[in-house]
Design a protein around this ligand. Structure first.
Ligand code: INS
Length: 621
């Protein structure tokens, strides 16, 4: 692209930002310095968790008023443009991880995929994301944030094209790995980039927007899956290929967006860093911010003279070691609380609750994704009001209760599981285990069997356990439920993966409660907190490790869910997640400090030994 074209687009982006912010800024220019000074002293006074509790006092009112004034005065719209273009990486993360379940329904028929290949196509992306998130630490440190985001958008685009054009399953696998590599890099770079560009009072909100985009991507994927599921052929090509659109948009946008000023200062590119800082801070004076970043880098360089790989230096230096434990712990408990299992099995949970139309279940899964999205929006609003700590603790407490309700729902459903009342002759011979089960619950837990029944009013009659069709789980291998999958008046109903009981609403209640509580806090906070708790020299590596932990735990939970459910039953699996969430609650209560409103350069001190212990005791008290 020519220099002139690049200048034009940059000019357009700047004009867009100016249009949104300049007028108001000029009008209130004289008041800026006073408001900024007020903000700085207020931020300094908000040092400890206890000061957050003082919001109802007169000082709290004053703080709120000054903060509001400050935000109106000096937040240039350019920082929002930067955040939204970066968060397209989050959108693609959500879209590409979410779209595959709907695409798989069509793919497995058209490409005749075995269960192993289906599993491979889903988990190869998450596995590749784990690897590239870990590698992203080195890339971020060496190349900078901007080239990494550009690289991720290229990978997203290439992956989408490969997938849309694939003629065989091997090419599909290649495409899914390429997309996974993009997801991993984007997931660790975007939060860091936004956090480094944002002003302290907006940082939490802007980084949380990235998670809003992740859940927005998951919701869009569910809608696209629903819409293209009506296409008899090649619907999956559109589902998988459409992600090229936001990927290309992000690539083009990032050709004109700047590198992170903190990375530039670290690399000694001071003139460029100053230019970028003034670009993202508008007319606000940047000297103080520049000096504070520069000083902290100089200090880090003095302290970090010990040498050795960054991860080693992080581990031997107590503040960064503590930050790493907090960051990785948050990401681990986010996944161990089972979000992706709950999302993935939402259709099953909904079917359990009496939705016995497949297509309706797909659309209701979109409603689930929308609930996750809209409650993440609540998180965007709450993060600068409640702070990270309160929001995370409140969210995980609710999530734990919801997991108990979900488990209870499955338990009650298992206890009142309908019996098998009718055992038809088995054409596949006496070897089928399915026809030997006497209750639906046993039948449901065996992946090879399904429950075929009729309804007489509200009672279940003529019920049998029959092997599932090898081509599709939405019908039986033989017998009455071989053709009929839906409930017609007096017809047979095929229940795969669930049992029809009158307690299923409890699981539905658990599902709704889960999303309402998880989405505003446990969904976004692990990403947000990780983007801010490490000093600059350790930021890339810290985020690479914690994102890697997130993806590894994601694979672990998704791959083991079915086996866990087989050994422990469904309710056992959800009781296990609830137990893990309780452990997470204790961990977060004891270790997560409040970072709201602090400059990135101040946050390291929160993890210094004596202060850390005192602060954590104060927060806990
Ligand atoms: O923060 C996100 C979000 O909560 C998503 O819904 C979930 O699928 C991801 O695994 C998680 O990292």
């Amino acid at each position: 692209m020519s220099r002139k074209a690049s200048d034009n687009v940059e000019y357009t982006l700047r004009s867009l930002s100016n249009l949104m912010g300049e007028k108001k800024r000029r009008k209130q220019q004289q008041e800026e310095a006073a408001a900024a000074a007020g903000e700085r002293s207020l931020i300094a006074s908000a040092e400890s968790c206890t000061s957050i509790n003082s919001q109802s006092t007169g000082a709290g009112d004053l703080e709120r008023a000054a903060r509001k004034q400050f935000q109106q005065d000096v937040t240039p719209a350019f920082v929002y443009v930067v955040s939204v273009f970066s968060a397209l990486g989050g959108f693609l993360f959500g879209y590409d991880t979410g779209v595959v379940s709907g695409a798989m329904l069509l793919l497995k028929r058209e490409m005749n995929l075995s269960a192993l290949w289906q599993e491979l196509l889903v988990s190869s992306t998450v596995g590749a994301a784990a690897l590239s998130a870990l590698a992203g630490g080195v890339l971020n440190g060496v190349l900078g944030r901007r080239p990494c985001i550009l690289m991720a958008s290229l990978l997203f685009t290439a992956g989408a094209v490969i997938l849309a054009a694939a003629r065989d399953k091997e090419t599909l696998l290649g495409g899914r790995v390429v997309v996974g590599l993009g997801i991993g890099i984007a997931s660790m770079t975007v939060p860091v980039y936004i956090a480094e560009a944002a002003p302290p009072h907006l940082r939490g909100r802007l980084v949380t927007i990235n998670t809003l985009f992740i859940t927005g991507g998951q919701f869009s994927a569910a809608v696209v899956d629903g819409a293209f599921s009506y296409l008899a052929r090649d619907g999956w090509r559109y589902m998988l290929g459409l992600s090229a659109v936001p990927a290309v948009l992000q690539f083009l946008g990032f050709l004109f967006l700047p590198e992170s000023p903190r990375w530039l200062i670290q690399k000694g590119q001071t003139q460029k860093a100053r230019r970028v800082l003034s670009q993202i801070r508008g007319n606000q004076t940047i000297d103080e911010e520049y000096d504070s970043i520069k000083n902290s880098i100089d200090e880090e360089e003095k302290e970090g003279a010990t040498g050795g790989p960054i991860i080693y230096r992080m581990l031997i230096y107590p503040p960064t070691r503590r930050a790493l434990i907090v960051g990785c712990g948050l990401q681990m408990f986010q996944q161990l609380a089972g979000i992706n299992t709950v999302m993935y099995y939402s259709a099953t949970i909904l079917q359990m609750s009496g939705v016995d139309d497949d297509r309706l279940a797909i659309w209701l899964a979109a409603v689930t994704a929308f609930t996750n999205f809209s409650f993440t929006l609540l998180g965007v609003w709450l993060v600068e009001k409640l702070g990270r700590r309160k929001l995370t603790l409140g969210s995980l407490t609710g999530t734990t209760v919801a997991l108990f309700v979900l488990a209870l729902g499955f338990l009650l459903s298992a206890q009142v599981s309908p019996p098998v009342t009718f055992t038809p002759g088995d054409p596949s011979g006496p070897n089928s285990t399915c026809t030997q089960y006497s209750y639906c619950n046993k039948c449901m837990l065996d992946p090879n069997c399904g429950f075929c029944y009729k309804k007489n009013g509200s009672s279940i009659v003529d019920s049998s356990c029959i092997p599932v069709n090898t081509e599709s789980t939405d019908r039986a291998a033989w017998g009455r439920c071989m053709n009929e999958t839906k409930s017609k008046a007096g017809g047979s109903i095929w229940a795969y993966n669930y049992c029809p009981t009158s307690y299923s609403w409890t699981a539905l209640l658990g599902l709704i409660l889960y999303l309402v509580f998880f989405a505003p806090g446990m969904g976004p906070m692990p990403w947000t907190v990780n983007s801010e708790i490490y000093p600059l020299w350790a930021r890339s590596t810290g985020n690479a490790c914690s994102s890697g932990v997130n993806w590894i735990c994601n694979v672990l939970i998704s791959l083991t869910f079915l086996h866990t459910a087989e050994y422990l039953t469904y309710y056992g699996a959800f009781f296990l997640y609830a137990g893990l969430a309780c452990v997470g609650l204790i961990f977060i209560y004891g270790c997560l400090p409040e970072t709201k409103g602090k400059k990135l350069e101040e946050i390291e001190s929160l993890f210094e030994s004596r202060l850390y212990a005192v602060r954590m005791a104060m927060c806990a008290g």
